[in-house]
Design a protein around this ligand. Structure first.
Ligand code: ADP
Ligand code: MG
Length: 143
């Protein structure tokens, strides 16, 4: 991950949120972890889908439902975690996250709070907020 700082943008369509994900993806390297926060329906998975596409993932990118995460094959391996149902990592098997947070992979984590103590190599934090209708405010901080 190159560069530090903070960027804000407003989107009016899902495709624009995907494009922001794609732009972020171009700055990522294997081992990087991206935290994606926001309410249900904010567009976290939409953002991750755009990033995953840009990383060469061709299979459908949807929110993991029955597992905490999914692995995709792209030009680099991509992990997509959704920790909505996870209360905290303290009580969990440490191996739970290990399959996803790997040095060879780029990982995107929705609802990251529960795993905060276990997440290092955080390259970027993405915060998405509803701003009325289809408008979303997307803030990305790096480093
Ligand atoms: P989350 O993962 O945060 O729960 P999703 O990405 O699964 O959210 O869903 C976002 C929903 O909002 C989708 O139905 C998407 O089509 C819709 N949507 C409408 N406008 C936007 C926008 N500007 N950016 C992202 N999603 C949008
Ligand atoms: Mg989601």
């Amino acid at each position: 991950m190159k560069g530090d700082g903070r960027e804000g943008a407003s989107t009016e369509r899902p495709a624009q949120t995907e494009a922001l994900g794609a732009a972020l993806a171009s700055r990522l390297q294997p081992g990087d972890v991206v935290l994606v926060s926001g309410e249900l329906g904010a567009g976290k998975t939409t953002f991750v889908r755009g990033a995953a596409r840009a990383l060469g993932v061709t299979e459908p990118v949807t929110s993991p439902t029955f597992t905490i995460g999914q692995r995709y094959e792209g030009r680099v391996p991509v992990s997509h975690l959704d920790l909505y149902r996870l209360e905290g990592v303290e009580d969990e098997d440490p191996a739970l996250l290990e399959d996803y947070l790997r040095a060879d992979s780029i990982a995107f984590v929705e609802w990251p709070q529960a795993a905060a103590p276990a997440l290092d190599r955080i390259a970027a934090r993405v915060e998405i907020r509803h701003a009325g209708g289809d408008r979303r405010d997307v803030e990305i901080s790096y480093g």
